[in-house]
Design a binder for this molecule. Structure first.
Ligand code: FEO
Length: 399
């Protein structure tokens, strides 16, 4: 169902209430998502910005036809060509072949690589404009690696200034409401943070550069329209500032303890370390997660939110646990900055896990606080007291 955003802009996307996993199995979504596509009706040109994910292509085209005769679409702007935005393009262009497809040079390469079609590509660069008539236009702003090389934003100078930002400023958040002022703010911001942590964190320097570049343009900004989740209508500058904060080695006063355990020894260590941390600093938030039982992307978001990570695993076959290994691989990709860390774990005989975890944490960019804590077999009262002391010492070393 199309929804009016203003007299010139209509949302023609798809709200996906069922989505649980995104990017294959790489990214969980707690509250579905939406694939936002926008129809922009200028005085002399009508433009469609982005489409939706492939499974909804026929539904998308069929609903679009209810909104506008397709041959009245003068141009399609593809701001980023990952399948969740370009998935309905083939179906749409079957109906209106020859319609110009505006995209970056990388965008054309990606569209050709995905769909193998010789469409009517119009390559654009930063500063290029698409005249909509009546003094209004879309200005393109390349935004490479936010989060793909082809990404661009589009700025519309009508309606008080609207930035179409594709994945930037998005949230995987399904809602019948279109606007940020119509949904519970805390709930939606948690999804915006999870989205940033899991999708944009590796590209923080580019985020900072691009946001500052756009701010320096001093453009009027009434709305930011991302391609996932709600539109930033109320205080759109707030999410812009939040992006600058998140992109700048973000950390709250939180320590996250992530562990896996076979027979509870490493869990007992984790809980005792947490007690020690709180004894030393009652103001710090301490959160514990069993890596094998909790959602990996929610855990990664908590690490993103934290100033330090304690990562624990028992030694298994001279290594460490499968769940912890997966998280470490993802942490490496996130390229987090200025976070402290240490490893811990129980062992029976060989006991390599703590040393290996430390090495891999360092390789993932964490600053190791110490050599970690390794204890044999099941911790007794003395060992648990040592864990509490380790927690207290850990806090002191962070100071
Ligand atoms: Fe929402 Fe990078 O696609």
């Amino acid at each position: 169902m199309a929804k009016k955003i203003s007299d010139k802009i209509t949302w023609v996307g798809k709200t996906d209430w069922e989505l649980k996993m995104f990017h294959g199995n790489e990214l969980s979504t707690r509250r579905g998502s939406s694939y936002n596509s926008y129809l922009l009706s200028g005085e002399s040109k009508t433009v469609l910005l982005d489409t939706v994910w492939g499974p909804y292509d026929k539904e998308f085209v069929s609903r679009l036809k209810e909104e506008i005769p397709l041959n009245e679409i003068d141009a399609i702007v593809m701001q980023h060509n990952e399948s969740d935005h370009s998935g309905a393009l083939r179906e749409l262009l079957r109906e209106i072949p020859g319609t110009p497809v505006y995209c970056t040079a990388k965008g054309e390469a990606i569209l050709r690589g995905h769909y193998h079609q010789d469409w009517n590509y119009v390559k654009v660069k930063t500063g290029d404009t698409l005249d909509l008539g009546g003094g209004e236009s879309l200005t393109f702003i390349e935004a490479p690696m936010l989060h793909w090389p082809d990404t661009m934003f589009s700025y519309y100078n009508g309606c008080g200034g609207v930035l179409f930002s594709n994945d930037g400023f998005g949230q995987h958040y399904a809602s019948e409401s279109l606007f940020n002022d119509e949904v519970p703010e805390g709930e939606m911001m948690r999804e915006a943070e999870k989205y940033f942590a899991n999708i944009l964190a590796p590209f923080c320097p580019m985020v900072t550069r691009k946001v500052k570049e756009i701010l320096a343009m001093n453009l009027p900004l009434a709305m930011i329209c991302p391609s996932h989740g709600v539109i930033w209508r109320k205080n759109p500058e707030k999410i812009v500032e939040q992006y600058l904060t998140w992109a700048d080695a973000y950390a709250e006063n939180q320590i996250t303890i992530v562990y896996d355990t076979m027979w509870n020894s490493t869990r007992l260590m984790a809980e005792a370390i947490a007690r020690g941390i709180r004894q030393a600093d009652p103001s710090v938030t301490v959160k514990l997660f069993n890596a094998a039982k909790f959602d990996k992307n929610n855990i990664l978001t908590e690490v993103f939110h934290s100033k330090a990570l304690l990562l624990g695993s028992p030694t298994i076959n001279n290594g460490y646990s499968y769940a912890v290994a997966g998280l470490l691989e993802m942490l490496k990709g996130m390229k987090l900055k200025k976070k402290r860390a240490a490893a811990f774990g129980s062992y029976g005989w060989s006991g390599e896990a703590v040393k290996l975890l430390g090495e891999h944490l360092a390789g993932a960019g964490f600053a190791l606080v110490d050599d970690g804590l390794r204890l044999p077999w099941v911790p007794d009262e003395t060992a648990l007291a040592a864990c509490e002391q380790y927690g207290r010492d850990f806090v002191a070393k962070l100071a």
